[in-house]
Design a protein around this ligand. Structure first.
Ligand SMILES: [Zn+2]
Ligand SMILES: [Zn+2]
Length: 167
């Protein structure tokens, strides 16, 4: 029930928006309206924030090893850096603009910055099937990084004709 929701959970993640919320959470697309919605660990299932239709999705408890998607129950997942690629590209573009004035030092600067950000960010666990993102959970050693073949299998179906031979 949504009215059982403890508002302090939201306060926790809003307190310091520059840092990652302490609580584990799952971000997924509502099966009814496809809006991106989030549930934090310990939060009970409630209706979609946007279309207000019922969703049964709850985030796994804090510290749980994720081996199944919280949103759809699928068991093929991958991990990736919780890093916005657009931010990285924007940094490099910005660095390139200042190259003529800094003799390339700006590019070196953003490369280092990019590396630092890359090292700082944690992994998120993503569902191949519904793209739900599980954030703030410990790494599951059984999971592999993103694999294009597995991804294609989910997007194009179980047996894409000739896909195995051609690629
Ligand atoms: Zn919805
Ligand atoms: Zn899923």
């Amino acid at each position: 029930m949504w009215f059982d929701f403890d508002p302090s959970f939201g306060v926790e993640s809003l307190r310091d928006p520059l840092h990652f919320p302490r609580l584990a959470s799952v971000h997924f697309l509502c099966p009814h309206c496809e809006a991106r919605v989030a549930r934090e660990a310990g939060e009970p299932a409630r209706v979609c924030d946007h279309c207000e239709k019922a969703t049964m999705v709850t985030a796994q408890p804090d510290g749980a090893i994720i081996d199944r998607c919280a949103a759809c129950g699928h068991d093929e997942l991958y991990f990736q850096k919780d890093f916005n690629r657009t931010t990285g590209i924007a940094l490099v573009v910005l660095g390139s603009i200042f190259v003529p004035w800094t003799y390339g030092l700006s590019l070196l600067g953003v490369t280092i910055l990019d590396y630092i950000v890359w090292r700082m960010v944690k992994d998120v666990i993503v569902c191949y099937d519904c793209q739900a993102v599980h954030r703030g959970y410990p790494a599951n050693p059984r999971l592999q990084p993103f694999d294009l073949a597995t991804h294609d299998r989910h997007v194009y179906g179980a047996a894409p004709p000739g896909a195995e031979e051609k690629h």
